[in-house]
Design a protein. Structure first.
Ligand code: SF4
Length: 494
């Protein structure tokens, strides 16, 4: 379809909103009138303080046309997107549950609306101005409250540590991460070498943190699947962290053991001995057919066994990841998965919405229609209600571009079992020092709004070959903190 942006600057917002209704269509953005076209055309035009939005189908029939005058400059954007939203809901017959919100953190918007108004008024604006439905408003509200509690734990000198292990047993067809499926060569050559360099980077980063007198709040290993490391490699990495950082202040230490086929009793023991307090075992679905279809080389039973083994080893804080909208999954299938997960009583259940990314390899070519979005939406509503009925509440939420229906990923937890790292990272409460291939260090200045990022090389070979350059880049962490120290606030945190 063609999206005409004429005389205004809201291309980004208009395109993102249109994408919610046409997730798989190529949207051609143009900046002047196209005349008659064989494609549908959505025109957005600003002229003489009026915004006009018009929709023509491929036969050039005008299906929607509305003009609204603008009284204040500050209303321009809101009026433009509101008219686009009105046009597209009318044309497609689809009403997104998040209304016209396109941002990745709805709870952050709600928090600021509540801060700038009364709590009730903030909620009302959130719902009515952006057309968010009742359930999603309540979800965002619950998340906003849980986030506030965790955000308050972060201090100016706090930081968290992220460790990237970008390897997996096989590649899931929906995967959008940079992760490498295990091959003989990878196991024999690349992984040992990767661990060697990772340890060096851990040591280097630990020194920076000590020099800056920072306080480590949480540690998180992701990827990939960190438990693709052998028992010895896992022990080496855990040991390097123990030797390089002061772990006495750590509130939470998570390792993702996502693929159950990588979990062994010995690895669990190594993690437990190393002070790991939280792990994630991810069934995604309890349907063997669907697991096979999406290329996960494990069964539902393996996920169950891995969970029970982790309990036996003494893990009392376990997350399970599930996905709504997997290919061939039905509403009934998804409800069975939720019920089964609840039956295991994990401390966290994270419900993702399937997102189709360019780098994923979904066989059917991502033919995601409004119907699939509706189904995923119903699945999420079911998850929200049944998890609530079973003592879980949502504490963390974000949206990914290209997820079905522009729907969300939500972390649910039992009382006081929020994953701290998820909130620290998502809300940019403090710096996250990241190590490993593909890792991104996110710097947040303690006393100012200064934010910066340091990117590590994406792929393991690049990471190893460019290691010295990478360490050089990391030196800039000192400068970043120094700048904040001598900045306008001029406050010392030693
Ligand atoms: S387990 Fe996760 S990181 Fe690994 S391939 Fe599957 S989706 Fe990607």
């Amino acid at each position: 379809m063609i999206l005409e942006i004429i005389n205004h600057e809201y291309q980004y917002e208009a395109e993102k909103l249109t994408r919610i209704f046409y997730p798989n269509e190529k949207i051609n953005v143009v900046f002047e009138k196209t005349g008659n076209s064989i494609e549908p055309v959505l025109t957005t035009l600003l002229k003489d303080n009026n915004i006009k939005v018009e929709f023509k189908d491929c036969n050039n029939n005008i299906l929607f046309s509305k003009t609204q005058s603008i009284k204040a400059d500050s209303d321009k954007e809101l009026i433009t997107v509101t008219l686009i939203y009105e046009a597209l809901t009318r044309i497609t017959g689809y009403t997104p549950k998040w209304g016209m919100l396109t941002g990745i953190r709805p709870s952050k918007l709600l928090r600021s609306l509540k801060e700038n108004n009364s709590a009730e008024e903030g909620k009302r604006i959130f719902k009515e101005r952006y057309f968010v439905d009742e359930e999603k408003t309540n979800l965002a509200d619950s998340v906003a409250s849980a986030e506030e509690k965790v955000i308050s734990l972060s201090r100016p000198e706090s930081f968290s540590l992220y460790v990237s292990i970008p390897f997996c047993p096989t590649r899931c067809s929906y995967c959008s991460f940079v992760s490498h499926a295990m091959t003989e060569e990878l196991i024999e050559k690349l992984m040992p070498e990767y661990v060697e360099y990772l340890v060096k980077e851990i040591e280097y980063t630990g020194k920076i943190a000590k020099d800056l007198n920072l306080r480590l709040e949480s540690v998180y290993y992701g990827g990939g699947t960190p438990t693709t490391l052998s028992e010895n490699q896992l022990e080496t990495v855990i040991g390097a962290i123990e030797n390089s950082f002061d772990l006495s202040t750590v509130r939470e230490y998570t390792i993702e053991a996502g693929r159950p086929d990588t979990v062994t009793a010995e690895k669990l023991r190594v993690m437990k001995r190393g002070g790991v307090s939280r792990i994630s075992i991810n069934p995604q679905t309890f349907s063997d057919e669907i697991l096979k279809k999406v290329g996960r080389r494990h069964t539902a039973k393996q996920a169950e066994d891995a969970f029970l083994l982790a309990r036996e080893t003494g893990f009392d804080n376990i997350n399970m990841d599930l996905i709504a909208g997997l290919p061939d999954d039905t509403f009934e299938g998804f409800t069975a998965t939720i019920q089964k997960a609840i039956g295991f009583s994990p401390e966290n259940i994270t419900v993702h919405t399937l997102a189709l990314k360019r780098s994923s390899n979904m066989g059917e070519g991502g033919k995601v229609a409004v119907e699939k979005s509706r189904l995923a939406g119903n699945m999420l509503d079911y998850a929200f209600n049944s998890l609530k009925d079973n003592g879980y509440y949502p504490y963390y939420m974000y949206r990914q571009s290209k997820s079905l229906g522009n729907l969300e990923n939500t972390g649910y937890c039992k009382q006081n079992r929020e994953c701290l790292y998820n909130i620290f990272m998502m809300e940019e409460c403090h710096s996250v020092f990241a190590v490993g291939a593909g890792a991104v260090t996110r710097l947040k200045a303690p006393y100012s709004s200064l934010i910066d990022r340091i990117f590590n090389y994406k792929y393991p070979y690049e990471y190893i070959n460019g290691f010295d350059t990478l360490l050089e880049r990391k030196k800039s962490i000192y400068n970043f903190y120094e700048k904040d120290r001598v900045g306008e606030h001029n406050v010392k945190y030693e």
